[in-house]
Design a protein around this ligand. Structure first.
Ligand code: COA
Length: 169
């Protein structure tokens, strides 16, 4: 199976924030953004693996900036690292200033997807070869995040979380 770069899975979804998608403060409802990120990330995981993919875990979400009604929102997703059957997908969310067109970072998230066959059983995926400094940084930290996610899900015991332990000792 031929390894791929994060750029090969890059998925960009651009859309507006409409009235039915906001909270009482007229900012984008968090669940709506989670769904948009899930959609972009699942396309990125599918482009990387060319398989059916399912969301296994939402590892991290940072709602750092409110996204007002009427904003143009761009969700960019790339596979940052692949393991045997799972893929970490990093999502960056940008909003665009109406007058200047300048983009500013509003949110980010990290999801884990698993490639599966027609009966839902996990199947192997290609490796990722990071290219840029940011891609390398995200690739290097992905194993630590996988171990944390598995630990929180009760799927591994603390002694198996070697990368996490290395952070503290
Ligand atoms: C995700 C799913 C396929 C995993 O199946 P499973 O029988 O637990 O399979 P495994 O234990 O072999 O795990 C498969 C991979 O997922 C990873 N994984 C499982 N749970 C994880 C978690 N909470 N965090 C990070 N990775 C996880 C495993 O580490 C393994 O990765 P690897 O093969 O790259 O090392 C299964 O739990 C499932 O179908 N869940 C429902 C998915 C769903 O409906 N999502 C929402 C709609 S798309």
């Amino acid at each position: 199976m031929q390894a791929k770069t994060p750029e090969q899975s890059k998925t960009i979804l651009t859309d507006m924030v409409l009235p039915g998608e906001t909270n009482p403060l007229n900012n984008l409802f968090g669940g709506e953004l989670l769904a948009r990120m899930d959609r972009a990330a699942s396309i990125a995981a599918r482009r990387h693996s060319r398989r059916i993919v399912v969301t296994a875990s939402v590892n991290h979400v940072l709602f750092s900036k409110a996204v007002p009604l009427g904003s143009v929102v761009t969700v960019e997703a790339k596979v940052s690292r692949a393991f045997k059957t799972s893929m970490e997908v990093f999502i960056d969310v940008w909003i665009e200033d109406r007058e200047s067109g300048e983009k500013s970072k509003a949110n980010e998230a990290i999801y884990t997807f698993v490639a599966v066959n027609d009966t839902g059983r996990p199947v192997s995926v290609p490796a990722v070869i990071p290219q840029t400094d940011l891609e390398k940084e995200r690739f290097d930290a992905a194993l630590r995040r996988k171990q944390l996610s598995l630990l929180l899900a009760g799927k591994i015991t603390p002694d198996k979380a070697t990368e996490l332990k290395a952070l503290f000792f």
